[in-house]
Design a binder for this molecule. Structure first.
Ligand code: WQD
Length: 358
């Protein structure tokens, strides 16, 4: 056979790739256009899965789909716009696609907002899970990865926090996560389902391409996106919520995990379910905590200048330290984080600069 032109070779590569994809398992990502969902989309494609997104864009921007196509070099990113509460739409998705498993991100997740609007959180986070359950039961799906949170630990009695720590909630958002985990446990006892319950600590950072990242619609509740807006000049300074905690420097300490590490944790959880049908509940963190002032200083290093802050009163509901015991994720999933605080800050700033109007 003569030397193939680049185009032919490229076409050949694509056809082989598409042949592989025909054997690839297809995963439904609810909330897949969101911050963690979009990064998990990339990780799944890179792991050889096909992916379908369901998102109502209540906390994400449809433009992310174009950028996901750029990162994964796909001509088309399959996305259905709508809510997990829409059972007809869920049924349509499972009719039109041979879905092997689901990763369920779609939920409301702002602690303060949940105190003001508890019914909205019960509806989206709990009723939404039940609607999804009814659909996957009908479709015969047996595997689901669930997006949980360290919030289920409430104010921990000891740190690092292990998965055996008692579950408690201090706000409606935390209640919906504790309740959802209980629903999953009871359901798996009654039906041949296996669930991966992933308790995130504090996600931070962005994809190294700078094309996707945390893109809050309004003033951020969380620390790193708030610092990012200070660095970009959109906000005047950081308000440090209390400097009189029993911590290294008096400010709150958290276990920040790079969103790309978090995404990889979802791939490992899914592969574990599909290969062993063994359910699991694991923390996804780094086992290292940083204070508010340490985070602000690290971000300043990434930006190349000190970032202004003022000491403000404590935020109600905050705990002094939240830190993951990461041994079980390593043992059960072989999960180990690859990125550190500097990577989180640099990738976040790269995302901010990439999005800045030129
Ligand atoms: C981190 C630290 C604040 C903002 C929350 C949710 C949790 C999860 C992650 C969904 C704390 C301090 C923050 C600011 C500050 N989300 N801070 N000034 O509260 O640990 O966890 O997000 O699952 O459920 O509870 O994260 O980023 O809000 O705060 O001083 O403007 O930064 O006091 O010590 P948190 P956070």
């Amino acid at each position: 056979m003569g030397q193939r032109s680049d185009r032919q070779l490229d076409h050949c590569t694509r056809s082989i790739a598409s042949a592989d994809n025909q054997m690839a398992q297809k995963i439904l990502l609810t909330g897949g256009a969101g911050y963690i969902g979009s990064h998990t989309y990339v990780a799944l494609i890179e792991a050889g899965f096909e992916v379908v997104i369901l998102d109502n864009f209540s906390n994400s921007n449809p433009s992310v789909l174009i950028r996901l196509g750029q990162i994964t070099r796909q001509n088309q990113v399959i996305c259905y716009e709508g809510s997990v509460l829409d059972k007809a739409l869920l049924a349509q998705i499972f009719t039109e696609h041979d879905i092997s498993a689901v990763i369920h991100f779609a939920a409301l997740k702002a602690v303060g907002e949940s105190v003001e609007q508890p019914l909205a959180y019960f509806s989206t986070n709990i009723t939404g899970l039940l609607c999804l359950f009814e659909t996957i039961k009908t479709a015969g799906i047996k595997h689901l990865v669930f997006s949980s949170s360290a919030t289920v630990y409430g104010e921990p009695e000891e740190v690092p926090i292990s998965e055996t720590a008692p579950l408690q909630f201090t706000n409606p958002y935390g209640f919906t996560k504790v309740a959802s985990e209980q629903i999953l446990t009871q359901a798996a006892a009654a039906d041949p389902w296996a669930f991966g319950v992933l308790r995130y600590f504090n996600p931070a950072g962005a994809h190294p391409s700078g094309l996707i990242g945390e893109d809050p619609f309004d003033i951020p509740n969380n620390l790193m996106p708030y610092i990012a807006k200070v660095a970009s000049g959109a906000l005047p300074h950081l308000n440090v919520f209390g400097n009189d905690y029993d911590t290294r420097d008096g400010t709150g300490e958290r276990d920040y995990i790079h969103v790309c590490d978090l995404a990889q944790g979802h791939v490992l959880s899914l592969q574990k379910l599909l290969s062993t049908h063994e359910g699991h509940v694991v923390n996804l963190g780094t086992g290292q905590a940083y204070s508010v002032l340490e985070m602000n200083a690290a971000y300043g290093e990434a930006v190349g200048r000190d970032l202004p802050y003022v000491i403000a009163p404590r935020r109600p509901g905050d705990v002094p330290t939240c830190l993951a015991d990461v041994r079980k994720a390593k043992k059960v999933l072989g999960f180990e984080t690859q990125f550190g605080l500097a990577d989180m800050c640099q990738s976040s700033w790269n995302w901010i600069e990439t999005q800045a109007p030129s």
